[in-house]
Design a protein around this ligand. Structure first.
Ligand code: UDP
Length: 339
């Protein structure tokens, strides 16, 4: 097998101060990788990189991923061999209300970042994509060959980047792994890392907050879907498992002269009610909730066919059973809210 790049050369991580990025940086640093984090801290937290700095060789640069000259300077100074791109806006509802910033950050800024990498001679990128590229599932579970027809600007911006990367692959041999996340969840409480979105819209942190009596009862967005209990089914995948897939994708790109598109999900779905039950069991408290109307754009079921990531990357989720996900999110939540 041809080795195209040194697996051990430093990795540039755009958006490494966010939820998934900081978990990746911590686990990669622990695994002995050298990392440079580039983040403008618009939604990330400087402190989220501290745990990684304490265990490994990690540098932090405050700056914009769209700043081409800065990216080229970082690549030259640190002899970057590959990049991982997490920096993005993520809230679907906000993308419908205010698409301009999603196109600007998720597409334009990403194009600037990728092109700076190309000019600087870095030809390997792991990109955070999403199950939202598929739109409304025509069949389940969703495999990578399912047509892509996103139903919101968030998914559209991510699909546009995937298409840009496919053209860079053909024209410039710029290789990329486009990882389509299903529902990123869980936390790394042992490193003080977890979800800290403001406002928090994701189900699991909101269920835990409701169980602990913070912010009132949980709003359940619809119980009349064609699913086993009427609430939506999602494929929750632990953030540590996502991070592990990124490390494997970097190795894949270093060892093979080809790009990759792969779902990151477990292949198992949980309903909103099942998440509520898991949180009640983990916290030992009932979860107060109210059934509300459906949220716009929520498909009844989103479950990954995960065979491709398993086969191509040798990836097997280790921490993605629902109880472990909720336990880790709960431990992080309690630690963060304890003075
Ligand atoms: N959800 C809910 N109440 C909340 C947040 C989410 O009922 O406060 C539901 C949402 O409608 C979806 C599922 O939980 O069916 C997962 O939503 P989340 O926002 O966590 O992720 P998404 O699937 O939108 O990426």
């Amino acid at each position: 097998m041809t080795i195209r790049g040194n697996v051990q050369s430093p990795i540039l991580v755009a958006g490494g101060a966010g939820f998934i990025g900081s978990t990746f940086v911590y686990l990669a640093a622990k695994a002995g990788r050298k990392l440079v984090v580039l983040d403008d801290l618009s939604t990330g937290h400087r402190g989220a990189v501290a745990a990684a700095e304490a265990v490994g060789d990690v540098r932090f640069v405050a700056g914009d991923v769209a700043d081409g000259p800065l990216v080229e300077e970082i690549v030259a100074e640190y002899k970057i061999g590959a990049a991982v791109h997490f920096a993005a806006r993520i809230e679907v509802g906000e993308s419908v209300r205010d698409p301009a910033q999603f196109w600007d950050r998720n597409f334009v800024a990403t194009l600037r970042f990728v092109d700076a990498l190309r000019r600087a001679g870095v030809g390997r990128l792991v990109f955070s994509s999403t199950a939202a590229v598929y739109g409304i599932p025509a069949r389940e579970p969703l495999d990578e060959a399912h047509p892509c027809a996103p139903v919101n600007p968030y998914g559209a911006t991510k699909l546009a980047v995937e298409q840009m990367l496919a053209s860079y692959d053909r024209a410039y041999q710029f290789r990329s792994a486009r990882l389509r996340y299903f529902n990123a969840a869980g936390a790394l409480p042992e490193a003080g890392l977890g979800e800290r979105h403001d406002p928090e819209t994701h189900l699991i942190p909101n269920v835990i907050a409701a169980a602990l009596g913070q912010g009132g009862p949980l709003s359940v967005f619809g119980d009349d879907f064609p699913t086993r209990d009427g609430t939506c089914v999602r494929d929750y995948v632990h953030v540590a498992d996502l991070a592990d897939a990124h490390l494997r994708a970097l190795d894949f790109l270093a060892e093979r002269d080809e790009s990759l598109t792969a779902n990151l999900g477990t292949g198992n779905g949980a309903t909103v009610r099942e998440v509520i039950e898991a949180a009640a069991a983990v916290t030992g408290k009932p979860v107060p909730y109210a059934i509300c109307g459906r949220r716009e754009g929520d498909p009844p079921t989103l479950v990954a066919a995960s065979g491709h990531a398993r086969a191509a990357l040798g990836w097997t989720p280790q921490r993605s059973d629902l109880t472990t996900i909720v336990e880790d999110a709960y431990r992080f939540f309690v630690a963060r809210n304890t003075p």
